[in-house]
Design a protein around this ligand. Sequence first.
Ligand code: ZN
Length: 186
Amino acid sequence: MPRIFATVRELIYWEYAKIISEKAVGDRLNYKFTTFTYQKLIHGKSTPSSILSENQQLFLMGDICAYCGATGALHWEHIVPLSAGGPDNIDNMVRACAHCNLTKGARDPYQWYLGNKIEQIPRVVLGKFLKVVFDKYASQYLLDSTDYMQIHAVERITLSYIFHNQAASDVGQKNHLIQRTTGSAQ
Ligand SMILES: [Zn+2]
């Protein structure tokens, strides 16, 4: 995917647009619909949270593994692993079978489904992952930082590094304070 993003917000919105496209027209790789949805998100005409309600969907699905659909003895699985700094709350958790849970290990979904399988991450899991990551960048004021994007060359498989990157959050906090004091924040 040669698409270039200037900020983390753009990257996350593009990924969101793909899963919204899957929900709407049954195809995550429908470029036309994805582009249309992406523009709506970027221009603030819709927000990820108003469109997606993964936690609700999760309950509607019943007690099955969010990754492979298996039933039986299920675990609570942290989408961004605790060891990678992921939060210990329901937004970051899905039900998973022992096999998926153990195989995934200390990786986030993009890291686990690496390569050409990456578009096969279940929509519910991906939606939750993107929301957790989005909220984290938002809390550090880094969603719209072109500097941060340039320095870290953030891509899908490195999105969750933010949970470990204390230096980055310091930069974000500092920028935020400067913007507030100079009144340049929008
Ligand atoms: Zn499974």
